[in-house]
Design a protein around this ligand. Structure first.
Ligand SMILES: *Cc1c(COP(=O)(O)O)cnc(C)c1O
Length: 377
C-alpha cells in the first residue's frame, strides 16, 4: 500500500471544475497582480481569522518579513522567537539586520512558552534588553502557542507580537483565531499548508488601522502615492491567480480541517490499541482548536531507522525539523551551542510527522500504525 505524506491530487480532483473555471476567468481578465481577486480574498481571510484587515502577500516568508518591517524592526534590534520552527521565522529577523534571540519550547506542544521566553529574557544583558522589540511566537503544526502569558510579557516589556501562523489557519486559542491575537498574524499558502495555493502566497492579518496602511505601502516598495517612496519596502504582492485558487479552497477549509481532526482521533485510537506507547508519544492537544497541519509523534529510539523502514513500506513521513534554529550553520555568529535549548534539540532528534491529510483512508491509517508496530516488535 502507498501512503504519501500528503496527496494534493486527491484534493484537486474534488475541486477541479471550480478551479479551472476561476483560473480561466483570471486568464481572460489579464489582471494578474493584486486587484479585485486579491481584495476579495483579503476580505474572506479577515472574516475567517476574525480580524479587521488582511493584506495579500507573496509568501508566508514575505508576510513575516513585511510584518517585522511594519513593526519597525531594524538593525541591531532583538526579536525573541522559537528555536524550533521553519527557518523563515528566524531568517526574516536576521535579514532586517536584527538579531534572533531564541527561546526553548514546551516539549508537549513544540511551541515556544512564556517560561522559556522569561528564561531567555533573564539571559540577556541590559544593553540587549534595551534593543528587544518583538516576540514572534509560532503556532507550530496547527496548534496555537499559549498566548496569554506571552502577551503579558510583551505588555511588560513593550514588545510587538507577530504571530507566525503559517501552519495554523483556523486554529484557535481561547476562542480567538490564530492571527488575531498579536498585533499581526502571518499566513502562508505554500501548497503543503492546510490552505494551499498553486504556488507561493501569503497573507498578513491585523486589527490595527495604521499597521494595515503600513503593510499595504510596504508591500509595493513603500510607495504612497505611486513613485513617491516614504519607506524602503519591497515587492511583496500576491498574484490574482493564487488569490482566486485560495478563495475557492477556503470554502472547503473547515471540512478539510474536520477531516484532519478526525484522522488524528483515529490515529489515537489505533495507536492505543497497538500498545506501543513505550516507543512513541502522540501529539498533545492543549489548545482548542488544533487544525493538524501535521500529526507529529515523538519517537523514543531509532527514529531515522523507523523513517527508512516506513519509506520502504511505501509510507511518507518527514522530520520537522532535524536541526533546531539555534544550531543552524548560518546562525553560528549568534554564538549558541548544543545544549542551550534541550527541548528543541530533543524534538529535532525524535519528532516524526505522519500522513494526516483529509483524504487519508482508515485502511491507510491502519497500515501506518501496523507498520510502526511491526518495526518495534
Ligand atoms: C511555511 C512556513 C513559513 C513560510 O511560508 P512560505 O509561504 O513557504 O514562505 C514560515 N513559517 C512557518 C512556521 C512555516 O511553516
Amino acid at each position: 500500500m502507498k501512503v504519501p505524506l500528503l496527496d494534493l491530487k486527491a484534493q484537486y480532483a474534488a475541486i477541479r471544475e471550480e478551479i479551472l473555471r476561476v483560473t480561466e476567468e483570471v486568464y481572460e481578465s489579464q489582471y494578474f497582480i493584486l486587484g479585485p481577486r486579491v481584495e476579495a480574498l483579503e476580505k474572506q481571510i479577515a472574516d475567517y481569522t476574525k480580524t479587521t484587515h488582511a493584506v495579500g502577500i507573496s509568501s508566508g516568508t514575505d508576510a513575516l518579513l513585511v510584518s517585522l518591517m511594519a513593526a519597525g524592526i531594524g538593525a541591531e534590534d532583538r526579536v525573541i522567537t522559537s528555536s524550533y520552527s521553519f527557518f523563515a521565522t528566524a531568517g526574516c529577523i536576521a535579514r532586517l539586520g536584527a538579531y534572533p534571540v531564541f527561546a526553548d519550547i514546551d516539549p508537549d506542544t513544540y511551541n515556544i512558552s512564556a517560561d522559556c521566553i522569561e528564561a531567555t529574557i533573564d539571559s540577556m544583558t541590559p544593553m540587549q534588553l534595551q534593543k528587544l522589540k518583538a516576540i514572534v511566537p509560532v503556532h507550530l503544526f496547527g496548534q496555537c502557542a499559549d498566548m496569554d502569558p506571552i502577551l503579558e510579557i510583551a505588555r511588560r516589556y513593550g514588545l510587538a507580537v507577530v504571530e507566525d501562523a503559517a501552519q495554523a489557519i483556523g486554529a484557535e486559542y481561547r476562542g480567538l483565531r490564530a492571527g488575531s491575537i498579536g498585533q499581526m498574524g502571518c499566513f502562508s499558502f505554500f501548497p503543503s499548508k492546510n490552505l494551499g495555493a498553486f504556488g507561493d502566497g501569503g497573507m498578513v492579518t491585523t486589527n490595527s488601522d495604521p499597521l494595515y496602511e503600513e503593510l499595504r505601502i510596504l508591500r509595493s516598495h513603500g510607495a504612497a502615492p505611486k513613485y513617491h517612496h516614504r519607506r524602503i519596502g519591497g515587492n511583496f504582492r500576491l498574484d490574482a491567480l493564487q488569490a482566486a485558487v485560495v478563495s475557492i479552497k477556503l470554502k472547503y477549509l473547515d471540512k478539510w480541517t474536520e477531516g484532519r481532526q478526525k484522522n488524528a482521533a483515529t490515529y489515537r485510537k489505533m495507536f492505543e490499541d497497538a500498545k506501543i506507547n513505550n516507543y512513541i508519544t502522540l501529539p498533545v492537544e492543549k489548545e482548542q482548536r488544533h487544525i493538524y497541519n501535521q500529526f507529529v509523534i515523538s519517537v523514543a529510539e531509532r527514529r531515522d531507522e523507523l523513517k527508512a523502514f516506513l519509506r520502504d513500506a511505501g509510507i511518507g513521513t518527514e522530520v520537522y525539523y532535524p536541526v533546531p534554529l539555534h544550531l543552524q550553520q548560518c546562525f553560528s555568529y549568534l554564538g549558541y551551542e548544543k545544549g542551550d535549548f534541550p527541548a528543541a534539540e530533543h524534538a529535532a532528534a525524535h519528532s516524526l510527522a505522519l500522513p494526516i491529510y483529509p483524504e487519508l483512508t482508515r485502511d491507510q491509517q491502519q497500515y501506518v500504525v501496523s507498520k510502526i508496530r511491526q518495526f518495534y516488535s
